[in-house]
Design a protein around this ligand. Structure first.
Ligand code: FES
Length: 124
């Protein structure tokens, strides 16, 4: 499956984050990715529409998003139900804040996520 392009340009590096068999369809998993100095918390999902990777922190009150409720490509946070479209990180309607999305692909039995070159500066 080709990688999803999200979160910036072509610069950056791909990181193996999870074995493919650890993410069945309809499931979410939380992973940590080290960029050399810090850990980034990511939530991975496999849906009928493919793989998705987003930041694993709800902008409302910080719930981990990987155990939210999936409705197709819509994710609802487990704590208070804020909705996020996994394809864009945006809510489908309304004025809820966004979550960051990441390019993701599957290769050689691994799920890989691309970290942009500017990740460190953005997280400041
Ligand atoms: S913490 Fe996610 S909706 Fe409240």
């Amino acid at each position: 499956m080709p990688g999803r392009q999200a979160g910036g340009g072509e610069r950056g590096s791909w990181r193996r984050v999870l074995r493919s068999e650890a993410l069945p369809e309809g499931a979410g998993r939380g992973v940590q990715v080290f960029d050399g100095t810090r850990a980034l918390e990511l939530a991975l999902f496999r849906t009928g529409a493919g793989l998705f990777a987003i930041e694993n922190v709800c902008p409302h009150q910080g719930a981990p998003l990987h155990d939210g409720r999936l409705e197709g490509t819509l994710l609802r946070c487990r704590w208070h139900g804020w909705p996020f479209d996994l394809r864009t990180g945006r809510p489908p309607v309304g004025a809820f804040p966004c979550v960051r999305t990441f390019a993701v692909e599957e290769r050689d039995g691994w799920i890989r996520v691309r970290l942009d070159a500017g990740d460190e500066e953005r997280r400041g």
